[in-house]
Design a binder for this molecule. Structure first.
Ligand SMILES: NC(=O)C1=CN([C@@H]2O[C@H](COP(=O)(O)OP(=O)(O)OC[C@H]3O[C@@H](n4cnc5c(N)ncnc54)[C@H](OP(=O)(O)O)[C@@H]3O)[C@@H](O)[C@H]2O)C=CC1
Ligand SMILES: O=C(CO)COP(=O)(O)O
Length: 360
């Protein structure tokens, strides 16, 4: 039995306690300073998470972050980061406070880090650099990707995910700790590729989801979304993700696997990124949506787009990437950075159909 410390009591961090507890591990679920109410509610009734809409096993140990000190950090065999991307700096501060010796740190957090260089980096690189400054640069880092809606995981509905680490054995060790019949864990040594795809699928889910509301099938009693535009743009998203994953330093094949296609599919099926996309498809601008129906929500694909943009535009200028190979990313960045109405249709899709060899 291992001790697992989860940082972040949002829906995803909390749901990971289910396979961990089913494997007999001890789970400390630490809320962030923003999760005080969630932890209070769990302390009152451990099975009732206020936003997950699924019961947690009562063995979970909920803690306010102030109750987690260096002794809990030292006792943890593995630390799992479950905050959303705006919380990454906060979590790095906590890791510096809590980690006393090299140990595995697994990130479910999805996002890209601006590096000041041409290419964006992965969150695991930021964590590694920050811990390196404390002499703990050899902590093993694991990126978690793949289709995994938190509520479905907590309800023990089956899925397949991928744990990635530079050293396959590190990912495999943690996979053995977490694997259940419903949480089927694949492993990969393409840490950068998995992290790039995990982040980029949120960004691309916005564009794919826009097609759901943009094109309507009129000949039904109830007008229904047309299916072809969504599927065509889904493919476009995967092709672009493959090029970007390779550019960032991962493997392009990873985009066609669980962290890319698998997670894009599930994210287009529902969630905050998909909601934003559907509003863009109905011709609302990003600020109208974020100040209106999605006010106060974290839509990570927006942050990923903002982190991607400087490096991507610089690569276009230098000629290391061909803008013609990224029409969907360009349309999304126009909507995100310039607040333009989202303009991507079959005309612009046509410009993307270069042979693969000429596009990276
Ligand atoms: N939802 C899902 O099904 C899945 C989510 N993920 C990933 O897991 C991560 C968490 O997502 P999810 O659980 O859905 O999100 P939630 O919004 O439920 O939880 C996010 C967590 O991050 C905290 N947080 C947000 N902003 C900050 C900040 N600035 N400083 C400190 N902490 C902060 C939240 O606090 P607060 O409670 O105030 O928001 C909360 O603890 C994301 O990166 C997401 O992409 C991965 C797979 C599936
Ligand atoms: O990352 C997620 C599923 O993988 C959660 O999706 P949203 O952030 O779009 O709600």
């Amino acid at each position: 039995m291992a001790k697992i410390l989860i940082l972040g009591a949002g829906v995803m961090g909390s749901s990971l306690s289910v396979p961990a507890l089913d494997n007999g591990h001890e789970v400390l679920l630490a809320g962030t300073h923003l999760d005080v109410e969630i932890i209070d509610a769990l302390k009152a009734d451990r099975s009732k998470h206020p936003t997950l809409r699924a019961p947690l096993p009562t063995e979970v140990i909920p803690l306010q972050i102030g109750e987690v000190g260096p002794e809990q950090g030292a006792a943890a065999d593995v630390i799992v980061v479950g905050v959303s991307s705006p919380g990454i700096d906060w979590v790095i501060g906590q890791l510096i406070r809590l980690v006393d010796r090299p140990k595995p740190i697994a990130l479910v957090t999805k996002g890209l880090a601006e590096t000041g260089h041409e290419k964006p980096g992965a969150f695991t690189d930021r964590v590694r650099n920050a811990l390196g400054a404390k002499g703990l640069g050899d902590c093993a880092l694991i990126g978690i990707g793949g289709p995994c809606i938190a509520r479905e995981l907590a309800l023990r509905q089956p899925t397949s995910v991928v744990f990635a680490s530079d050293e396959l054995s590190v990912a495999a060790d943690f996979a053995r700790m977490m694997q259940t019949e419903y949480y089927r864990v694949h492993t990969s040594d393409d840490l950068l590729g998995v992290e790039a795809c995990a982040a980029l699928k949120n960004f691309y889910a916005i564009g794919v989801s826009a097609m759901i509301s943009r094109y309507v099938n009129p000949d039904k009693a109830e007008p229904a979304p047309a299916k072809n535009p969504t599927a065509a743009v889904f493919n476009q998203a995967i092709q672009e993700m493959a090029r970007l994953a390779a550019w960032i330093g991962g493997r392009r094949e990873t985009a066609f696997d669980l962290a890319g296609a698998g997670d894009l599919h599930v994210t287009v099926g529902g969630g905050r990124n998909s909601k934003l996309g559907k509003h863009l498809g109905a011709n609302l601008a990003v600020t109208q949506v974020m100040e209106g129906p999605l006010k106060g929500e974290t839509v990570e694909g927006l942050d990923t787009g903002r982190s991607l943009a400087p490096g991507l535009f610089s690569a276009f200028e230098r000629g290391t990437l061909n803008p013609g190979a990224f029409p969907l990313a360009c349309a999304l960045l126009d909507a995100i950075l310039k607040n333009k109405l989202f303009a991507f249709d079959h005309g612009s899709l046509g410009t993307a159909l270069y042979p693969m060899e000429t596009t990276s």
